[in-house]
Write a protein that binds this ligand. Structure first.
Ligand SMILES: [Ca+2]
Length: 125
């Protein structure tokens, strides 16, 4: 559902590709739990990005799992960010806020953030 909501607005579920983006998404989320655009559905136990990012889905290389996570690949197939900008695998059907990422600057007033010269911007929904 979060994924579809972002798509309607022309974006996709945000996913951090490095520590700086991870921290920035956490700031956008006001340090609260949010869904990230990653899951392992149909990927043979490997987490992939999801959500129709322009560059396409890809295997997630750099991770920020909370200690002990991911801990349940059978039931918890989506990724949420917890307070502290650490990740937890979680059942995809649960309802949480989420952060959309947009591939062009005009989608977000006041963005992109100076740290993202590639014009990606992020928006909490
Ligand atoms: Ca978990």
């Amino acid at each position: 559902m979060a994924q579809e909501h972002c798509a309607i607005m022309g974006g996709y579920l945000a996913f951090p590709m490095n520590a700086e983006e991870n921290s920035f998404i956490n700031q956008m989320a006001k340090n609260q739990q949010v869904w990230l655009g990653g899951d392992l559905i149909g990927h043979n136990g490997i987490f992939f990005t999801s959500g129709s990012a322009p560059e396409g889905d890809r295997a997630i290389v750099q991770t920020f799992w909370r200690s002990g996570e991911p801990n349940n690949p059978v039931i918890e197939q989506c990724i949420q960010m917890l307070s502290g900008a650490v990740w937890n695998d979680r059942g995809c059907a649960l309802l949480y806020s989420f952060v959309c990422q947009f591939p062009y600057a005009g989608a977000c007033v006041g963005l992109p953030h100076p740290a993202f010269p590639d014009l990606k911007c992020f928006k909490k929904v």
